[in-house]
Design a binder for this molecule. Sequence first.
Ligand SMILES: [Fe+2]
Length: 190
Amino acid sequence: MIQIVDDFFEKEELKKIQGYVKKGLPYIPRYFGKELVRNKETYYGMRFSLKHDKDLADILCRQAEKKFNIKIDVIDPDSGIDMRNLDTLKPHTDPAAANVLLMIDGPVAVTNGTVFYTKRKDEDMKDLDIHIGFQPNRAVFFPSDMTHAANVSPVKDMRRYTCTLFLWQYTDQWGKKYYYDRDKECLTIK
Ligand SMILES: [Fe+2]
């Protein structure tokens, strides 16, 4: 189930985070498909991995716990801040139990948010289903096996900052645990 909150951080905290991610963190280029082929088609965008900044990771996780009423047990250390390339739609699922996507800074528009498809992992490609517009301080929680993509934008070289926490293990408000089994590449619920 997709959940959206539009007031993830308090105003002052958001300003601090926006300033921090825009002041030149060492972003590096990332590619889809296990990084095996690096070209324009596989280019994902620039990422600053949260494993290099535990304090920022903690702030983001604690706030996600509060806003989505979950307990985060383990995140992918490669969760991070992204400056995305928005030339082409790249529908995909992510190797995690759930994603927390936080829109940090960028132009408010319906064309530069995130889209979801009716397809789930291992099913045939289906149609565009849900479209969530970009708005700073909006956060979206969703199961990682929902096929999704950053929407394409007609604005050239647009800077759009987002953060994704890939939750490998979390507990919901009823105490149910969700694990991503990295060996079997599947979600287990206990
Ligand atoms: Fe993703």
